[in-house]
Design a protein around this ligand. Structure first.
Ligand SMILES: [Zn+2]
Length: 425
């Protein structure tokens, strides 16, 4: 099968699935999309393209985004079986049983993630997230005879729950600990997989190294929450050690509002997306129009099959291109997103300098002019004068502030591991 045939086969499958989703679930039960979709063109993708782009920041009432069947909309359900069962339940006075068996698993949000707005998941959605989480682990090369220790903060976040549910579905022994757990405690558990945010994994591995601990069984670092650039990936791999770089660094992340983390495969560096549960478009960020095939654009995300909170055509603020040929590393055919990382050029200089162990930059406004302040910890002890002169030649920094490792770690931790803080007014 040629690449073109494969890609058009995928699009046809998505067209049919999107058509059913919009017709059977979104159009009848969404308060905000019902009207627009009732007049929709026949082709689902064309109907989607007529809807405005959405941003989570513009949502004023998250409750409006939830799919809510009502007695009236159920009587007119496009799904014949649902219509008949509802009618039968009403005739026999058994609507409570109908709600419990049919409606609640599908449509009642029973679990929430707090993103920019709360995102509701139904029981069926959680089942789906479990399966996607299992796939994330499988793609990372994690098997049920591994032991995973996760430092990802427990709470109402997608990263935590996708891993938690996925591990359970995969039958993977997993421990979910606090991000600041002492390295001794982790080493004692002899994990073969460590999962967490990049900054927390760095702190753990550095702390372990300083304490002379060994993570001998470790073969995979699962970095959750944000894309990795090559320099940070290499640094993590180097810190995780292992003979001949035998510890794989695998990332999984998604922008707010997207219902499941996109996941890298073990050898790959682009995230695999989930074509059975999402439709991705790439648009020009200024005009909002589709970019030509193969070009970079802003990712616009539409759910496929998800219930609970439904936002169609969500602008993600993520830029990149879609690769639709089979993955050269794992052979899977799900499209991969090649992200254009938007860190400023000075970030690369700091990332790649061998004598910079840690850094954080802050953009400020002072008396009307912009300043760039770089906080950094040198990799080696001693006077940092030469390092700072070197950096000064490459960067236009207003001020360097040299901090010891612990102080800078605390600073990073307090700002959610943000590498660039923009405090400009
Ligand atoms: Zn792959």
């Amino acid at each position: 099968m040629s690449q073109f045939e494969r890609a058009s086969g995928l699009r046809e499958g998505q067209e049919r699935a999107l058509g059913r989703y919009l017709r059977d679930h979104v159009s009848p039960y969404s308060g905000i999309y019902r009207e627009a979709l009732e007049r929709r063109p026949v082709r689902a993708m064309e109907a989607l393209a007529t809807l405005p782009l959405a941003r989570l920041e513009d949502v004023t009432d998250p409750a409006e985004l939830i799919l809510r069947p009502t007695p009236e909309s159920l009587s007119l359900s496009p799904e014949r079986e649902v219509r008949l069962r509802w009618w039968w339940a009403r005739v026999r006075g058994r609507t409570a049983a109908f709600n419990r068996k049919v409606l609640e698993p599908r449509y009642k949000p029973v679990h929430w993630h707090s993103d920019t707005v709360p995102i509701g998941y139904t029981a069926e959605d959680l089942d789906r997230l479990s399966e996607i989480g299992r796939c994330t682990l499988e793609m990372a090369g994690v098997a049920s005879d591994d032991v995973m220790v996760s430092l990802y903060p427990a709470g109402s976040s997608l990263g935590f729950w996708q891993m938690h549910l996925g591990a359970r579905r995969a039958g993977l022994p997993a421990l979910f600990l606090a991000p600041d757990v002492p390295p001794e405690e982790v080493a004692r558990l002899r994990p073969s997989v460590l999962a967490g945010r990049e900054g927390d994994l760095v702190r753990l591995l550095e702390g372990g190294r300083e304490a002379g601990l060994s993570f001998a069984a470790l073969h995979t670092l699962l970095v959750l929450g944000q894309p990795l650039d090559p320099a940070r990936r290499a640094r993590l791999s180097e810190m995780a050690g292992g003979p001949n770089g035998s510890v794989a660094v695998v990332a999984a992340w998604a922008p707010p509002g997207v219902r499941a983390l996109w996941s890298e495969c073990r050898e790959g560096i682009d995230v695999h997306t989930w074509p059975a549960s999402e439709v991705l478009e790439l648009v020009d960020p200024l005009s909002g129009t589709p970019v030509p095939p193969g070009a970079d654009g802003e990712v616009v995300w539409t759910p496929l099959g998800w219930k609970g909170t439904v936002v169609l055509r969500l602008r993600t603020g993520v830029y990149g291109s879609l690769e639709e040929s089979p993955c050269v590393f794992c052979g899977r055919t799900s499209p991969r997103l090649r992200v254009v990382l938007t860190l400023p050029p000075f970030a690369r200089v700091l990332d790649e300098h061998p004598q910079v162990a840690l850094w954080q930059a802050e953009l400020r406004t002072h008396q009307g002019s912009e300043e760039l302040v770089v906080f950094l910890t040198p990799a080696v002890d001693g006077h940092p004068g030469r390092l700072l002169r070197q950096l000064d030649r490459q960067l236009s920094v207003t001020q360097f502030v040299v901090l010891d490792r612990q102080t800078l770690r605390k600073r990073l931790q307090a700002t959610g591991d943000a590498r660039v803080i923009d405090s400009r007014q």
